[in-house]
Design a protein around this ligand. Structure first.
Ligand code: AMP
Ligand code: GLY
Length: 423
């Protein structure tokens, strides 16, 4: 079969790698893709938001299955555009992707269906938000309602900071229209865990757990980023936590979406905070996490095509989803200055070291093929991933492999997975 993957980051590289392992697949295309994805897929110069061009490409090239990796096209209705033309596509429709596209929607859903999450209020104007803050407890969390590339969440320690935050989001529109509405919620403390799950609209099957490191600098300092590294599984996601989440979070979320006439088909990403009062939902995403996918997919035993097709066909309960009994760590190599400003176009050396070695992967997040060779082309450049028998070994191997790569302005965190040592 022929598969089209939509996206261009490390997540889509990990998806392409996984799809390439399937015996069912003869040809992979990726729109727009990157220099690493080009190893498995023919990259096509169509942007992820160019729905008409994507649909036409899928029809003209008799694509059997399209996989949408990114949030923007999902929230914008790309799945509906494919389905309208009778094309098979993996991902939630627009009316279900809203679980990521609107934080106010997801908070109201959780409240209505008693799914544990931080206490909150939604606001659609600055005056009410500011008035609410006068009686609030601090720290407090402000969230722009819409998609904001991870920049829409502000943790404010004082009333003054929070007032500034409301102005930044709702008046200055720092996150654009994403800030037309906002959520103000209780600050939670605990361990964060990401759990990705395949969903067919009624059944939900969780993948192995992972943990991201969102801040730019060691020790969780610096600005929020798309993610500087991940490890899987999370030692904090033990059997008790898992059992609680299965009963009170994942299936109830699936049922809630179905009851609302918004059946969720695709990958549901639940960001959890394991608090003293038990696990609570921080956020939902409507797709694989990035870089979570880079540590979760290499550990998956199933053929990803079988699982995705079962989701589309509503028979996910027939799948026995299995993961290897090992661990993986991904360290993101970024361009120094990310997430604010950084230079691109530096030649990347050492990529060949990953060829033909088991358990080491170099997923490309922002790279481009040029006459000079493969060059850096983004804030996050590569996701260097290694598997090991346990987290400590995987972490050691991943950091060793980061030394195989060199490029000017190479930047990484040195404490990815360090929390493991404290577990
Ligand atoms: P989100 O995009 O909602 O996942 O938020 C980004 C990050 O902000 C999360 O990964 C958390 O580290 C932090 N965060 C979000 N909501 C809360 C909260 N209610 N309490 C504490 N930290 C939070
Ligand atoms: N790693 C967080 C995300 O994909 O949103």
């Amino acid at each position: 079969m022929k598969v089209l993957i939509v996206g261009s980051g490390g997540r889509e590289h990990a998806i392409a790698w996984s799809v390439a392992k399937s015996d069912k697949v003869d040809k992979i295309y990726c729109a727009p893709g990157n220099a690493g994805i080009a190893e498995y897929a023919e990259c096509v110069d169509i942007g992820a938001m160019e729905f008409e061009k994507l649909v036409t490409f899928a029809k003209d090239n008799a694509i059997d299955l399209t996989i949408i990796g990114m949030d923007d096209p999902l929230v914008g209705g790309v799945v509906d555009a494919f389905e309208a033309e009778g094309l098979r596509v993996f991902g939630p429709r627009k009316n279900a992707a809203i679980i990521e596209g609107s934080k106010a929607f997801s908070k109201d859903l959780m409240k209505k269906y008693h799914i544990p999450t931080a206490a909150y209020e939604n606001f659609d104007n600055k005056e009410d938000a500011l008035a609410y803050l006068e009686t609030a407890k601090f720290p407090i969390v402000l969230k722009a309602d819409g998609l904001a590339l991870g920049k829409g969440v502000l943790i404010c320690n004082t009333l003054e900071e929070a007032k500034e935050g409301v102005k930044t989001i709702m008046e200055e529109k720092k996150c654009g229209d994403a800030g037309n509405r906002m959520v103000i919620e209780e600050f939670m403390t605990g361990r964060e865990v990401s759990v990705l799950a395949f969903c067919d609209g009624k059944t939900v099957q969780c993948m192995t757990s992972a943990q991201d490191h969102k801040r730019a600098k060691d020790g969780d300092q610096g600005l929020n980023t798309g993610g500087m590294g991940t490890f899987s599984p999370s030692p904090f996601y033990n059997d008790e936590v898992k059992a609680f989440c299965e009963e009170h979070i994942y299936q109830p979320t699936m049922d809630a979406m179905a009851s609302e006439g918004r059946p969720f088909v695709g990958v549901l990403f639940t960001g959890l905070m394991i608090t003293e009062d038990g696990p609570k939902v921080l956020e939902y995403n409507a797709r694989f996490g990035d870089p979570e996918a880079q540590v979760v997919l290499p550990r998956m035993k199933n053929d990803i095509i079988d699982v995705m097709e079962a989701c589309i066909d509503g028979c996910l309960s027939d799948i026995d989803l299995q993961f290897e009994d090992n661990a993986a760590v991904c360290v993101v190599l970024a361009s120094d200055g990310y997430p604010v400003s950084y230079q691109k176009g530096f030649v990347i050396e050492g990529l060949d070291r990953f060829k033909g070695v088991d358990d080491y992967y170099c997923f490309h997040a922002g790279s481009k093929k040029t006459d000079k060779g493969i060059v850096t082309n983004g804030g996050r450049v590569l996701g260097v991933t290694a598997k090991g028998k346990d987290l400590k070994e995987a972490r050691k191997k991943a950091y060793e492999a980061t030394e195989w790569i060199s490029f000017e302005n190479k930047y990484m965190r040195h404490d990815i997975g360090k929390a493991i040592d404290e577990a």
